[in-house]
Design a protein around this ligand. Structure first.
Ligand SMILES: *Cc1c(COP(=O)(O)O)cnc(C)c1O
Length: 225
């Protein structure tokens, strides 16, 4: 069972705003993904490599699979062959492993660099200064098999909508600075992945190009991830 009416509203909204909808199906059965697929959704996100592989193997081939959560270095090799986008490159080590594995598969892997924007110690991502330095040094942007197409961020899990808006605003400003300084000639650096079930309206208002929505489509998850 999925919230089909909510999914249809999201598809319509994203179409109108020219935002990409990533339906985050983690912990949900393949049958739920199939239901969303039958309703027209083609882009799905998972945060566990094994689950991503299993669903990729059992579901229609024209689904675009995104990896949305923290990715362990030792799991990279399993998803390189079929993943369309990795949203969550949060360390140089991970970027180097993606380079290594993508080269083996003669593939250039599209990625987003995750920026730490939340007021929470548990979230992953580069802080702005750290990422700026990496970009100045070309440590990630110089990798031949890693194609940086934008940035991603997760706002604080809070009821304070003003705080969430400020975090998204800050990320959009940083995105614009990064694009201007490092990627002004790179037309495919254009994605800003921000917004989840609780905050995608705000994220879209603040310039998101990609929202990652799970529970609004598939219902609450059993265990809190
Ligand atoms: C689970 C998850 C989402 C979706 O969260 P919802 O609140 O259920 O919409 C989005 N992004 C990431 C990185 C996630 O891990």
């Amino acid at each position: 069972m999925i919230y089909k009416a909510a999914l249809m509203d999201l598809i319509t909204l994203c179409h109108a705003k020219q935002v990409k909808l990533v339906a985050v199906s983690k912990t949900k059965p393949a049958s739920a993904v199939q239901e969303a697929y039958d309703a027209g959704q083609r882009v799905f996100g998972e945060n566990k490599v094994q689950e991503l592989e299993e669903k990729h193997n059992s579901l229609p081939r024209d689904i675009e699979w995104h990896l949305v959560g923290h990715l362990q270095t030792n799991k990279v090799k399993y998803i390189i062959p079929f993943a369309k986008l990795i949203h969550s490159v949060d360390s140089l080590k991970l970027a180097l492993e993606i380079e290594n594995q993508a080269e083996k598969h003669s593939k250039v892997m599209d990625v987003l660099l995750q920026v730490y924007i939340a007021d929470e110690a548990t979230k992953f991502g580069f802080d702005e200064e750290e990422l700026w330095e990496h970009l100045e040094e070309g440590t990630i942007s110089g990798l031949a098999h890693v194609n940086i197409v934008g940035l991603m961020g997760i706002a604080t899990n809070t009821d304070d909508l003003q705080q969430i808006r400020q975090e998204f605003k800050k990320l959009k400003l940083f995105f614009d600075r990064v694009k201007y300084r490092f990627f002004s000639a790179k037309t495919d650096f254009k994605e800003l992945s921000m917004g989840m079930s609780g905050d995608y309206h705000i994220a879209i208002e603040e310039g998101s190009t990609m929202i990652r929505v799970g529970s609004s489509i598939f219902g609450e998850r059993e265990y809190g991830k």
